[in-house]
Design a protein around this ligand. Sequence first.
Ligand SMILES: [Zn+2]
Length: 407
Amino acid sequence: MFAADVWNNIRVKAGIQNFSTWDDIVMGLASNAHKRSIQSIIARLLLAASTYLIWKERNDRFHNMSILTKRESLWVSWNYDNKLKGCSFWDIPVPNNCSWGWRKLLQLRPSIRSHIWSKVGNGVNTSAWFDRWADICPICNLVSPRDIRMAGFSLNASIADIISNGVWLWPDAWYDLFPVLTNIHVLQLEPNKQDTLVWKGVDHNECTYSSSTAWDSIRSKEKLVPWYKLIWNAQCIPRHAFNMWLIMRNKLLTQDVILSWVPPRRKTMDMMCCSLCTADFDSHSHLFFECLFSTQVWFMVRDLADLHTVPLVWQQVIDVLLQHASSKLPINVIRRLLVAAVAYVMWQERNNRMFGNQSRPPDILCKEILHTVRSKLMGLTFKKTDCVSSLLDRWEVHGESLFKRFT
Ligand SMILES: [Zn+2]
C-alpha cells in the first residue's frame, strides 16, 4: 500500500498512469527506451527514483522494528529460531562469530532501548523483565535474573504471567528489596487487545515511527552554530557546501593540520609549502586569502558580488555574509554561492597541484567559478525588479523563465 501510494502520486507526472502492474510499466518504458524525449526521460528517472526510495524506506523500517514487533516473515522467524532461541532481543550477548549485520543490530540496542516502549493490551507479548512498559523499566535493571528465578518466574515471562486477579504476583519481599516497585501500578489487561510497540522521542512523547524520527531521537545534538545557514541552504551546491563546512570547522587537511600528527623530529619545512604560490606555509588562513594566487582569483570575481570593499581575511568575508545569512535577496544568494565556489575551486586546484601535478592559471579558475555560479543561478527563480534584472545581467544570466513564478 505504501509503495502504491507513492507511485500513484507521481505516475501522472511520468505520463504512465495507464500502466497498473510492474510488467506493464516495464514493457511500456521498454517500448520507448530508444526515445530521447523529455517525457520518456522523466518517466525513466521517476521510475528509478521511486523504486530506489521505496526500497530504502522498506529497509529502514524493516530491520529496526521487524524483530521487536515479531513481524511475520521468514527473516524474522529465522532470527527468532536461530539467533534469539527463546531469549529476549534485549538480553542476548553479542556473539563473537555473528554476521556484521546482526552485530550492528545488537550494538544499536543501548541507543534505541529507551525509545521503544510496549503499549500493553493483553500483556501476552510484552516481556515482564526486559521490555519497557513503565518508567522504571526494564525491571531486569533492578531485579537480577537470579532473583527472578528464585521467585519462581521464568526469564521469558510476559506481563500476563505476572498479574493475577489484579495484583502483581512477585513476592512482597521485593518491595523491601526494590522499593521503587511500589511506583508501578498494576496494569489493567485487555484480553482482546494485542500489545503493540511505539516509539517515544527525546521528549518522551509517542510519535509515529520512521527512520527520520528514530535518527532525530538518537543522534547527538550540539548547539546551533551561527554560520549554518551560510552553508546549508536551499540554494547551495552540495559539494561546495560540504567543503565550506570543512573550512568552517577548520578540518581541511592542509599541511599544518597534517603536520600536527607528525612527530616533531620528522617535520620538514618543505612539507609546509603552499602548492599554489610556493611562497608560504599551507594552511587555512593562507589559502583564504593570504595566498597570492588565491587572492588573484578572488580579485577577479569579487566585484560581481559587490564584495570589493571586504578586507582580504576569511573571517571578515564570512562576517559580511553572516549579516544576511537568512536573506533570499539575489545579491546575498550570489555572495554565498560565490564564496563557496571560490573556496571549492581553490581547494581543488591546491590538491590537483599537490597530488596530480596539474595546474591551471587564475583566469581559467575564474571562468570555472563564474560558470558554476551562473549555472546555479539559471536554475533559480527570482522576483522581477529592476535591481534584480540588473544584477542578473551583470552575471549574464538572462531569460523570462527566471521570473516565471512571480509574474
Ligand atoms: Zn599560497
